[in-house]
Design a protein around this ligand. Structure first.
Ligand SMILES: Nc1ncnc2c1ncn2[C@@H]1O[C@H](COP(=O)(O)OP(=O)(O)O)[C@@H](O)[C@H]1O
Ligand SMILES: [Mg+2]
Length: 352
């Protein structure tokens, strides 16, 4: 149930089939509807900050949703009012910390701008890794929040030192010490996680691209060769000069290569899309394995992005080999209905 959320004034939906096709012309609210589902799972929008989620001219929004699988039923309510703290309820109990909700309703989304994970800077890839591990491991999320807080503090301290022209060595040492522990925990978990994730990416890429191209995906971190304590000391002077922290787990990356070259420099559009889907399906698989049930899958305008064969492979895999509910948006109803018929999917079609 969506109230004053983006273009929705008030609207209720029932998604009672395993595969749900959402169709409507551009601007009808397909992406916004997926985002409302995403919101209920992650306590935030995938696309925009809360200031942009409230319907224009309204004071706030409300989302309410019931999630049900064979074992449990969860009821979520989110109330956001301008200027007030967001209220998020699970089964009528208000969350103290929103982070406690993450992972309860595991979800994977694939949206058009996600191609940035392949072509954009390392921040996009860290977000991808974090979003996946956070859903599986609450300790990871807590340490990430802690690390980012201390990092922010350290960076503003470096700026302040520069502005005041005074050095406070002891405070910097304390901040460095505080950074080390959460950084090590996050680093260890990223190493364990990527060791399992990378072979899956490789497998899915071969499957989607139906080719033998050699892709190499590796996890890179400066912490591989040195402890963070050491790195912070070695870079202290540099950090003071640039007024921010130049090394740490906030610089880790997933390095993507095709035939030994940076992937984004040489890959075609089709190859990029194949790799994006490989990353996302690997995420799906990791979550499914960790949770022992399939996450929700939100596919925004994926028909625009893949050719017929790849699309058929993908849909067949997600709809017919998994238990989880799948939501697919498309501007063309006929195309959705056709795909469903071809794959013998008994899906639900919602027209906006
Ligand atoms: N905060 C908001 N209040 C009212 N309308 C909004 C808000 N944010 C986005 N919209 C409207 O939502 C529409 C886009 O919806 P979207 O879900 O992206 O459509 P599509 O069906 O193409 O995916 C646009 O017309 C946009 O103006
Ligand atoms: Mg859209």
């Amino acid at each position: 149930m969506l109230t004053h959320f983006k273009n929705y004034d008030f609207k209720q939906f029932d998604f009672d089939k395993k595969v749900v096709g959402i169709c409507g012309l551009n601007g009808k609210g397909k992406t916004n509807l997926l985002d409302a589902i995403y919101y209920c799972c992650f306590t935030k929008s995938y696309f925009s900050s809360d200031a942009f989620n409230t319907q224009f001219d309204k004071e706030g929004f409300r989302l309410e949703a019931a999630f049900e699988n064979s074992e449990t039923k969860q009821h979520v309510i989110c109330i956001h009012r301008a200027g007030l703290k967001k209220e998020f309820y699970l089964n009528d109990v208000l969350y103290d910390k929103l982070s406690e909700h993450i992972g309860l309703l595991p979800t994977v989304i694939i949206a058009p701008d996600d191609i940035e994970i392949i072509t954009g800077n390392s921040e996009e890839r860290r977000k991808y890794i974090d979003a996946t591990i956070c859903q599986l491991d609450s300790e990871y999320l807590l340490n990430l929040i802690k690390y980012n807080k201390i990092l922010q503090h350290r960076n503003s301290h470096l700026k302040q030192e520069a502005a005041q022209g005074k050095i406070d060595e002891s405070l910097l040492e304390i901040l460095d010490q505080q950074l080390v522990e959460p950084a090590q925990i996050i680093y260890n978990k990223r190493i364990d996680f990527t060791a399992k994730l990378l072979p899956l990416i490789d497998r899915f890429y071969k499957q989607i691209a139906s080719s033998d191209e050699v892709i190499q995906v590796s996890f890179e971190s400066k912490l591989k060769n040195k402890k963070l304590e050491q790195l912070l000391i070695e870079n202290r002077q540099k950090d003071r000069a640039i007024q921010r922290t130049s090394c740490g787990i906030h610089k880790d990356d997933l390095v993507l290569q095709l035939n030994d070259q940076p992937f984004k420099n040489i890959a075609s559009q089709g190859q990029r899309k194949s790799l994006l889907f490989a990353l996302k399906l690997a995420e799906y698989e990791m979550i499914k394995e960790g949770k022992r049930f399939s996450p929700l899958l939100l596919l925004d305008d994926v028909f625009e992005k893949l050719d017929d064969v790849r699309m058929k492979n993908l849909l067949d895999w997600v709809c017919n080999n998994n238990e989880g509910q799948v939501f697919i948006t498309d501007t063309h109803k006929d195309r959705l209905v056709n795909e469903f018929t071809k794959l013998e999917i008994n899906g639900q079609i919602i027209e906006l």
